[in-house]
Design a protein around this ligand. Sequence first.
Ligand code: NI
Length: 181
Amino acid sequence: MSTLEILQFPDPGLRHRARPVVELDTAALRGQAQDMLETMYSASGIGLAAIQVGIDKRLIVMDISEDRGNPVVLVNPELLVRKGRRSMTEGCLSVPDYTDTVERADRIRYRALKLDGSPVEEWCDGLLATCIQHEIDHLDGRLFIDRLSLLKSRRVRKKLEKAHRSGVPQPLPAGVQSAVL
Ligand code: NI
């Protein structure tokens, strides 16, 4: 296992639509999922999409548990139904200096494959639903800052691009790590 470099906004690699995984149950796919989990854990995130580490696959890893002992890997995840609205403060491992409130569906039904190719289809809500929606956005080349109001999104992007150019790292405020997806 190894940790991978996480692409940072405004890297253009974060902006394309990832390709579906065709070959399931392979050692290569398992290895990539393991590396992604290790990368996510070492960066204190609760979710990571393959596109964020330069892997062009519809593959996401998550762990929303308190003790960081419940890894979830989903291949080719798709949203089937969205219900209700819920606002949550989100951050992102690819947008390290910023958190903001994003409104998404509160309850979703999704389907995906597990690493061995077996299908999973279920309802979920709360933090898991937020996380899955955030990660699927990544697979479609979207970031949570795109979901702010147009004016705000433009202002935030400008600010982050400037910070990126200056190269000055800004630590995340305390207490927001659980929302870094
Ligand atoms: Ni993210």
